[in-house]
Design a protein around this ligand. Structure first.
Ligand SMILES: [Zn+2]
Length: 162
């Protein structure tokens, strides 16, 4: 029963994000966008296993992005594709194809069925955080901003830094 409630809440949240074009939801998005900068732990992680959530939060903490996401959503592949289509996002094959960012709602979507490894997760999250930092859908702008985040991730992995 608990699981069912959680699932429903999750789907409602997805729906709010995915169909954010209605007036009430647009207000919600605007309210969030103008609220004080979310910091290290004030964003939500949805749909992740506890290991994934711990990992994502740790990686984002290390990267210290200029702009934090409001939410990070792990979704099934069909939902991922469906959501991308709803946002009319072009998700180029083989390029950031396991995640994308919806800038107006500062939501990062991760295709949980294509979750490859911890390292690649951090690598691509850096790219998505780059989109947020640059506030741009441009892949070049995102990669440019991601460079510093990837460097921080790499430095954190060096044994002598710990
Ligand atoms: Zn991108």
């Amino acid at each position: 029963m608990k699981f069912r409630i959680w699932t429903t809440l999750f789907l409602v949240t997805i729906a709010q994000v995915a169909w954010g074009q209605t007036s009430t939801n647009r207000k919600l998005v605007n309210a969030e966008a103008t609220s004080p900068e979310p910091s290290v732990n004030s964003y939500t992680v949805l749909g992740a296993t506890s290991d994934q959530e711990t990992l994502v939060r740790a990686q984002i903490r290390i990267m210290q992005p200029d702009v934090y996401p409001l939410r990070v959503l792990f979704v099934s592949h069909w939902k991922y594709v469906d959501t991308a289509r709803t946002f009319r996002l072009h998700v180029p094959a083989g390029y950031t194809s396991a995640m994308f960012t919806h800038l107006p709602s500062r939501s990062v979507f991760i295709d949980s069925d294509r979750y490859v490894s911890d390292d690649s997760l951090g690598y691509w999250i850096a790219h998505e955080l780059g989109h947020l930092a640059a506030n741009s859908a441009s892949e070049n702008a995102a990669d440019k901003a991601a460079r510093e985040y990837r460097k921080r991730l790499k430095d954190a992995r060096k044994p002598d830094v710990r």
